[in-house]
Structures are given as structure tokens and as C-alpha cells.
Write a protein that binds this ligand. Structure first.
Ligand SMILES: Cc1cc2nc3c(=O)[nH]c(=O)nc-3n(C[C@H](O)[C@H](O)[C@H](O)COP(=O)(O)OP(=O)(O)OC[C@H]3O[C@@H](n4cnc5c(N)ncnc54)[C@H](O)[C@@H]3O)c2cc1C
Length: 316
């Protein structure tokens, strides 16, 4: 029997945005012949998973913040009960442990950090970035359960619907051999880069860290915008590494991505290539970012930015 099991996670008692993206991916795969969508949740809002497209939700007696070693046997039991042959896990701190652990236990392979999924000939084909973003690796499984961890923002989140379906308890849980002594939450000010609908990003071509003040002004003028940067700009200490966009930084897929003095290297594109509209401000008409952009302003950003900010301000 074919089917797709989504391993759900919660954040402060709510289904995580990442989980909704997994359910969105599962729906697409189901439409391609991947079978029924089911979900596993350690404990928590199972009904919300039904409302977002899972036909059956398997729950356990484990705490919501359980470690992978506790959840692995329960997920395994849910896979067996559901008959799923595809397991979607988030590329989160839990998923990075859980994906390989499940694969080891099931004597199968795991494809990590995937950005593309498709059903071909009844089996899964998973795509991920390789060789530092310079190539794409495609994975298929000859047999057995196909386990993937999925990169954040690679899929659109599932929308809530009518719901309905069953919640089935799974009795088995694993033993915790690791003790978590404490968890500290990263303090983030303003809109989170990953959640922003507009991202204004700066690169090495800004030539001066003080230029980020102008980017902040542009972001403030646009409202609901966050400021990101290329790795080159972050490595120079011009902007916090936590705000780096790209292969080794954050993945974003906003409605509008404004790339200012960023060349558009493949490793940067790996983190923002899914943006709905890309606007490039670059003095080099041959820069890759200009080529992939929907609109480009080919000029010195020092001339462009003040004029752009003034025009947007006029719009109110
Ligand atoms: C394993 C690996 C992982 C990596 N991960 C990442 C990652 O996560 N994110 C990332 O960004 N990079 C990453 N990189 C680095 C990546 O390869 C590039 O080196 C980097 O993205 C370049 O940054 P940049 O575009 O800001 O700088 P540059 O490539 O130097 O480009 C600067 C641009 O600014 C333009 N410019 C210059 N002056 C002006 C001006 N006055 N007005 C307008 N335009 C101007 C130039 O025309 C040019 O296009 C990674 C590299 C490796 C090997």
C-alpha cells in the first residue's frame, strides 16, 4: 500500500509552519499518485492536522518536545499502521536526528534537506542541492520506505479545509538516553526573515557597512519587510550571520525580494530562488541576479536607493 506520512512538529502548542509546508508537499505528492496523506504527532493538536489535509493522524503518549530517540519507535509504528511508503520529516533540529534514525531502523536510505519532490513511476524522486549549491542531486529508492527531510520554504503550506478523519493512538515510545538540561530561545527583533513577505538584501557591492542603514530605511518604508544579506556581506561583519540568505544561511520565499549589490551566486540563489518576484539593483547588467530578476535597475545603488525610498514614501 502506498501513502505519505508527515511527521508533525509543534511550536508553543500550535502546528509549526514547517509542518504545514510538509502537508502542502504531501498533498502535491498525493495528487501525483503517492497515496493517502497521514500524519504523526507526538502529542498536541491532531485535529489541526486533519483540517490541513491528513486523512488519519497517529498520536503517541510522548511529550511534544520529545527527542528523536523517543519518537522514532512511535513514528515507525505509525508508518506500519498507515502503510505509508514515503515519510516526510522537516529539516529541523528534531528532523535532522529523526530522519537518519528512522532510515537506519528501517534499513533504508534518507535524502536530507530536499527542495523538490515528485512521484515518478509510483516511486519518489527527491531533489536536493549538492556540491555547495553548484549541482542538484536526485535520489530514488529501489525498495523500502522512502524517507526525506524537507528544507524549509521549499513548499507552499497546506490551507485549512473541512477536515474530518481519524485520530489513532500509537502505544509504543522509545527510551530517552539523552537529557536536555535547558533550552534558550534566540531573541529576534522585528519580522523574522523567513516569515517576511518582503525581503531587502544587501551584498558586498554595497562597499560599506553603513549602507545597511539605507536598506533598513527601505525595509521600514515598505513595511512588513526584513533585511537580509549575502554571505560575503555577513563574512565582512556588515550584517548578522543569522540574517544571511543562501545555502548556508536562511531560505526565504517572499512575494518580493530586493537584491541590492548582490551578484546572484548559486549559493545565494539556493536560499531565495523561490521568491515570487525578484528585483535587482546592480551596476552590472550581466550580473546573474539581474538576469533572474523580474525587474532590474542597472545603476549604482547609491543613486537608486534614495530615489526609490523617496518615491515609495510618496505612495504613503
Ligand atoms: C559552500 C559555500 C556556501 C555558500 N553559501 C552562501 C550563502 O548561504 N549565501 C550567500 O550569499 N553566499 C554563499 N556563498 C558565497 C557565494 O559563492 C558568493 O561568494 C556570495 O554570494 C557573493 O556575495 P555578493 O553577491 O554579495 O558579492 P559579490 O559576488 O562580490 O557581488 C557584488 C555585486 O555587487 C555589484 N555592485 C558593486 N558595486 C555596486 C554599486 N555601487 N551599486 C550596485 N551594484 C554594485 C556587483 O556588480 C556585483 O554583482 C557560499 C559559498 C560556498 C563555497
Amino acid at each position: 500500500m502506498a501513502g505519505i506520512l508527515v511527521v508533525a512538529e509543534t511550536v508553543e502548542g500550535e502546528i509549526s509552519g514547517f509542518t504545514l509546508e510538509l502537508l502542502g508537499a504531501a498533498k502535491v505528492l498525493s495528487g501525483e499518485g503517492g497515496g493517502a496523506v497521514t500524519a504523526f504527532i507526538a502529542s498536541g493538536p491532531a485535529q489541526a492536522l486533519l483540517a490541513h489535509g491528513a486523512e488519519t493522524v497517529y498520536t503517541s503518549a510522548a511529550a511534544a518536545d520529545s527527542l528523536a530517540e523517543v519518537l522514532a519507535p512511535a513514528v515507525e509504528a505509525a508508518v506500519a499502521a498507515s502503510g505509508a511508503d514515503i515519510v516526510l520529516v522537516a529539516q529541523s533540529s528534531l528532523g535532522r536526528d529523526l530522519g537518519p534514525m528512522l532510515a537506519f531502523r528501517a534499513k533504508t536510505g534518507v535524502a536530507m534537506d530536499c527542495t523538490g519532490l515528485a512521484i515518478e513511476g509510483g516511486r519518489l524522486r527527491a531533489t536536493r542541492s549538492a556540491y555547495g549549491g553548484n549541482a542538484r542531486a536526485e535520489h530514488t529508492w529501489k525498495s523500502g520506505v522512502q524517507i526525506v527531510t524537507v528544507k524549509g520554504k521549499a513548499f507552499d503550506p497546506a490551507q485549512a479545509g473541512a477536515g474530518g478523519g481519524n485520530v489513532v493512538p500509537v502505544e509504543v515510545v522509545g527510551e530517552a538516553r539523552i537529557k536536555v538540561l535547558g533550552v534558550s530561545k534566540a531573541v529576534a527583533e522585528g519580522i523574522k526573515l523567513e516569515d517576511a513577505q518582503i525581503v531587502v538584501s544587501g551584498g558586498r557591492g554595497l562597499g560599506d557597512p553603513s549602507a545597511f542603514k539605507q536598506l533598513e530605511e527601505l525595509a521600514g518604508t515598505l513595511k512588513q519587510a526584513a533585511v537580509g544579506a549575502s554571505r560575503a556581506a555577513c563574512d565582512l561583519g556588515w550584517w548578522p550571520p543569522a540574517q544571511q540568505v543562501g545555502l548556508t544561511g536562511k531560505t526565504v520565499s517572499p512575494n518580493l525580494y530586493i537584491a541590492i549589490a548582490i551578484s546572484g551566486a548559486s549559493q545565494h540563489m539556493a536560499g531565495m530562488g523561490g521568491s515570487k518576484n525578484i528585483v535587482a539593483i546592480n551596476k552590472d547588467a550581466d550580473a546573474n541576479m539581474v538576469k533572474v530578476s523580474k525587474f532590474a535597475i542597472v545603476d549604482d545603488y547609491k543613486k537608486v536607493l534614495p530615489a526609490l525610498i523617496a518615491e515609495i514614501k510618496k505612495l504613503g
